[in-house]
Design a protein around this ligand. Structure first.
Ligand code: PEP
Ligand code: MN
Length: 270
């Protein structure tokens, strides 16, 4: 592990990020939920409304989808982003969504938290430009990145004047193929021992299987994380992206009820 004198290791760094009265870190817990991709106004509205009514304190949805294949659904892009901003304002909820590159930053002015996804964790011009907005940044671990590399990417944000950083463990690629990724929960207490920055866990991308999302959410809370980000869909089997990992509305409601006691044990407030 790094021994250098980095800002990310500074124990005077703020221990939490606060956005519209939601505190992430230092006892505050984020439950972020919404669809993988925005597919239509109705699908988005139904998902975000359900997320809000069933315990989520931050909403998510992808407008620009950085898909592995150029022939799969790439999201509704700018149109989707407008819907997301409109609905989050109507529901009076903070929202996080992924930015594909620095050229689109001006479209993200009304987005509360800018997500830098796994595929972009080491996109240095994007890290530098996003940091300068002073908006909170959700920085996801690359699927082939070490913890050290994740912290060095956070260091780029800090060096560019932004300490509103939320790290995210979302699984890494290993020899195991039964799950989409291997959710590296041991990274959570390790990261907590190294930095004050809050860290959340994404068990949806981390496993790729909806039936594993609730058990791994409980495990993530036990590992000491400051939040969860999960994908939901009104009809998971019909989702245009990441269908196999999406929770149905009923499953999301039961996720919320099943994590309540775990949060109490860890003294986290949702
Ligand atoms: C997402 O959260 O929408 C996403 C694409 O995740 P990741 O960057 O972790 O693959
Ligand atoms: Mn997804």
């Amino acid at each position: 592990m790094l021994t250098q004198d980095l800002q990310v290791f500074n124990k005077d760094l703020n221990k939490h990020v606060e956005i519209k009265n939601v505190k992430i870190g230092n006892g505050g817990f984020a439950l972020i939920a919404g669809p993988c991709a925005i597919e239509s106004f109705d699908q988005l509205y139904a998902s975000l409304f359900h997320a809000k009514k069933n315990g989520a304190n931050i909403l998510r949805a992808g407008a620009y989808k950085l898909r592995t294949s150029p022939y799969t659904f790439k999201g509704l892009e700018g149109e989707g982003l407008k819907m997301l901003i409109e609905i989050s304002k109507e529901l009076e909820m903070p929202v996080v969504t992924e930015i594909p590159g620095p050229d689109l930053l001006d479209q993200f002015e009304d987005v509360d938290i800018i997500q830098i996804g796994a595929r972009n964790m080491q996109n240095i011009p994007l890290l530098e430009a996003a940091a300068k907005t002073q908006k909170p940044i959700l920085l996801k671990r690359g699927f082939a990145s070490t913890i050290e590399e994740l912290l060095l990417s956070a260091e780029y944000l800090l060096k560019n004047g932004n300490s509103n950083i939320i790290l995210c463990e979302r699984g890494i690629r290993t020899f195991e193929t039964s799950t989409r990724n291997t959710l590296d929960l041991s990274g959570v207490p390790l990261i907590k021992s190294l930095t004050n920055l809050p860290i959340i866990v994404d068990p949806s991308h981390g496993t790729g299987l909806s039936e594993l999302v609730i058990p791994m959410s409980k495990a993530a809370i036990a590992s000491g994380c400051d939040g969860l980000m999960v994908e939901i869909h009104p009809t998971p089997e019909k989702a245009l992206s990441d269908s196999r990992q999406a929770l149905s509305f009923d499953e999301f409601s039961s996720l919320y009820s099943s994590i309540k006691e775990y949060l109490k044990l860890e003294n986290k407030i949702l």
